[in-house]
Design a protein around this ligand. Structure first.
Ligand code: ASP
Length: 307
């Protein structure tokens, strides 16, 4: 059997006019991953392909559609993990690269490292021949001009950044991710994001941190979304792995992890997709919505829900 789950981020989904567009891209993403899995391809290739579709959509906070940081620049994070080999690759604060998830996959495949960050992550991606992208800074910034002003009036320390997210939950959502199970029984995970909008320059979130926002082993694959700092502080990916090791199915794992997020950091802190070796699906979040979809060899067509 094969199975794939994708998400387009947990958060406050308020722009109704976007729902059907996002739904279309999630379907496209599921189809892209499924065509690899159906043909006997690997879970790793499937999640990367699925995430690339979402990075290229321009309507989600990843790749072309990434939100700007506090100084109006785009810095992106992405991570991938292959549960079969227990190998991972990730990039943090990467700039001007069209598909950060591909850069993450190349870190896994071509280096002995797990995480490359900043300018040298971009240089690595370019040296590997990945397409460069120059973002239209003005277009993405205009949306946030008001918030930048509000933020500028206050303290610019990290803490007030989190206060701002509480006030404006729409500042974190639309991160993208995928988890898959292939016909050989291998699991993989991928997550890609522009991070929290108006984040401090240089901030790295949970998505490229293996064991936090992205994780896969022989039992389970997970991709988290929400306030990255909270996801990092709880080591959400590693916890999910421990729960699965103790025999819990993916649906219970996702519920428990999100319960922990709620218990420690309150509502509106995040969500998770999880897939286990038996093909059990877990989707959980404590925000008002989470765009998500799934498709398996047991289904006649993919199922997508936005938000
Ligand atoms: N987890 C992401 C981050 O903190 C944001 C999100 O999921 O929307 O970078």
């Amino acid at each position: 059997m094969w199975c794939i789950i994708v998400h387009g981020g947990a958060g406050l989904w308020s722009e109704r006019e976007k729902f059907s567009i996002v739904k279309g891209f999630l379907l496209k993403s599921l189809e892209a991953g499924a065509s690899i899995l159906r043909a006997g391809g690997s879970a790793l290739d499937a999640v990367v392909e699925a995430v690339m579709v979402l990075e290229d959509s321009g309507v989600l906070n990843a790749g072309v559609g990434s939100y700007p940081n506090l100084v109006g620049e785009i810095e992106m994070d992405a991570g991938v993990m292959d549960g079969k080999s227990l190998r991972a690759g990730a990039v943090g604060c990467i700039r001007n690269i069209k598909n950060p998830v591909l850069a993450a996959k190349l870190v896994l495949e071509k280096t002995d490292h797990v995480l490359l960050v900043g300018e040298w992550a971009s240089r690595f991606a370019i040296s590997m021949g990945l397409p460069v992208l120059n973002f239209d800074r003005n277009a993405s910034l205009s949306k946030y001009r008001d918030l930048v002003r509000k933020f500028g009036e206050g303290d610019t320390r990290y803490k007030s950044n989190l206060t701002l997210y509480r006030q404006y939950p729409s500042l974190f959502h639309e991160t993208v991710g995928a988890v898959a199970l292939d016909c050989e029984g291998a699991l993989a995970s991928a997550t890609s994001t522009g991070g929290l909008a108006l984040k401090l320059p240089g901030r790295v979130g949970d998505s490229p941190l293996i064991g936090a926002g992205t994780y896969a082993d022989k039992n389970i694959a997970v991709s988290a979304t929400g306030v990255g700092e909270y996801i990092i502080l709880l080591g959400v990916g590693v916890r999910a792995s421990h729960y699965a090791e103790n025999g819990l199915p993916a649906n219970v794992v996702a519920e428990r992890v999100v319960q922990l997020l709620t218990l420690n950091f309150g509502e509106n802190s995040g969500g998770m997709i999880a897939l286990d070796k038996n093909g059990s699906i877990g989707i959980s979040y404590n925000t008002s919505g989470m765009a998500r979809g799934y498709y398996s060899s047991k289904m006649s067509e993919p199922h997508v829900i936005v938000p």
